[in-house]
Design a binder for this molecule. Structure first.
Ligand code: ADE
Ligand code: ZN
Length: 337
C-alpha cells in the first residue's frame, strides 16, 4: 500500500530555522554581504559531523542583517511547511548563531514574527518559536535569556530550548536547571536536545534536572533499558530526526536507526527533519523512508503523526483541528493503492 504522506495531518516538533537556508539563498546573502563562501558552492552542504555543521550555522545566520531578511526567512519556512502538508511547527531558533541580532532579541523576534504573520494571513500553517540556549553558554546567560523572554512575553514564543554539541560543552543539565525552572514557572514549555551528542546521561539530565516536556533526538536512550522504561512510563515524547542522525554520523543507515525499537518499546516518537535545507531532507520523504524501512502500516503512521500533534506546543484549537483531520485521514484514507 502506498500512502500519501503529504496529506497526512501532522506537526513538526524538531526543526531549526538555522537549517532552513537553501544554497541559492546562502549564495545570494553572501554576495550581498561581499563575503566569500567558506568552501566551493558545490561542496557547501558537505559536513564531516555535528561540530562542523554547527560552525556553518554561524556563517549563514551571520548573513541576515535586516528585519526584512528575517521576515523573508520566516515566510520561506512557513511555505516549506505548507508544501510538506505540515499543519503546525515548533521552530527552534538559537540567537547565538545570529551575530547581528543576539544582543537585540526583541527586534529579532519581531522580524521573524512579521514573516510568520504574513504567511498565516495567506493561509499557511501556524508556527511557535522555541528560543534556544547554546550548550556552551553560562548559567547566568541562561537566566538572562529567560528574564528577557519573560519581560518581553511575545505570543510567538512558546518554549525555552537547548541545542548545540554536548561533546564540546560536557554535561550541561546542572548549569541550566535554574533557568529551566524559572522558564517553567513563567509558563514556557521546555524542550531539550539530548541523546544525540550525549549518551543516556544527557537524557536523564533533561528529564530529571531540566524537567523537559519533550526531548529533541533522545535516540541514544536505546542504549539504556532502564531509561527506555522511564520514557515509556512518563510518556516523554522524542522528536526524532532519522536522516539528520545518519548524515551527521550517528548511525550508518536507517536500518540501524533506533526509532522503531523505541516506538515498539512504548516511547512516544515523532518523525522530524532537524535542518531540512542544509541536510536536504523533506518530512514527506522522511515518513516514506521510515514506513518502507520499518514496514509501518497506516495505523502506525497515524500513531506517529498523532504523537507529533500531541507533543507539539500548539494551542488546543490547532491540536483539536489536526487530530480531527487525522481521524478523517485514518478512517476515510487517502491511500493510493
Ligand atoms: N542545531 C541545529 N541542528 C542541530 C543538531 N542536530 N544538534 C544540535 N544543535 C543543532
Ligand atoms: Zn536539532
Amino acid at each position: 500500500m502506498n500512502l500519501d504522506f503529504k496529506s497526512l495531518p501532522k506537526a513538526e516538533t524538531h526543526v531549526h530555522l538555522e537549517g532552513c537556508f537553501d544554497v541559492s539563498t546562502i549564495v545570494e546573502l553572501a554576495r550581498e554581504n561581499s563575503l566569500q563562501l567558506p568552501r566551493p558552492e558545490t561542496d557547501l552542504l558537505k559536513f564531516s559531523g555535528l561540530a562542523e555543521f554547527l560552525d556553518f550555522l554561524d556563517f549563514i545566520c551571520g548573513l541576515s542583517r535586516t528585519k526584512d531578511q528575517l521576515a523573508k526567512a520566516a515566510y520561506a519556512f512557513s511555505k516549506r511547511l505548507k508544501d510538506s502538508g505540515i499543519g503546525y511547527a515548533d521552530l527552534i531558533v538559537n540567537p547565538t548563531h545570529w551575530k547581528l541580532w543576539r544582543n537585540d532579541l526583541a527586534s529579532f523576534i519581531d522580524g521573524l514574527d512579521a514573516g510568520f504573520r504574513a504567511a498565516e494571513q495567506e493561509g499557511m500553517p501556524p508556527v511557535g518559536l522555541c528560543i534556544s540556549l547554546l550548550r556552551q553558554q553560562t548559567g547566568e546567560e541562561a537566566l538572562e535569556l529567560v528574564d528577557m523572554l519573560t519581560q518581553f512575553r511575545h505570543p510567538r514564543v512558546v518554549a525555552l530550548s537547548i541545542d548545540g554539541n554536548e561533546m564540546t560543552a560536557g554535561r550541561t543539565g546542572p548549569r541550566f536547571a535554574d533557568a529551566f525552572r524559572r522558564a517553567g514557572l513563567a509558563g514556557f514549555k521546555k524542550t531539550v536536545h539530548a541523546g544525540e551528542s550525549s549518551g543516556p546521561e544527557g537524557i536523564r539530565d533533561a528529564i530529571f534536572l531540566l524537567e523537559a516536556d519533550r526531548i529533541d533526538h533522545g535516540v541514544r536512550a536505546v542504549e539504556d533499558s532502564d531509561l527506555i522504561k522511564v520514557l515509556r512510563d512518563r510518556q516523554v515524547p522524542l522528536g526524532i530526526c532519522p536522516t539528520s542522525n545518519i548524515v551527521l554520523g550517528l548511525y550508518k543507515s536507517l536500518e540501524e536507526h533506533p526509532i522503531d525499537t523505541l516506538r515498539k518499546a512504548g516511547v512516544p516518537v515523532s518523525v522530524n527533519t532537524d535542518d531540512p535545507a542544509l541536510l536536504q531532507i523533506g518530512l514527506v520523504d522522511e515518513f516514506e523512508r521510515c514506513a518502507t524501512t520499518f514496514g509501518w502500516d497506516k495505523a502506525t503512521c497515524c500513531a506517529v503523526a498523532e504523537t507529533s500533534i500531541r507533543a507539539s506546543f500548539a494551542n488546543q484549537d490547532v491540536k483539536t483541528q489536526l487530530l480531527g483531520d487525522l481521524q478523517g485521514w485514518m478512517s476515510e484514507g487517502f491511500a493510493r493503492v
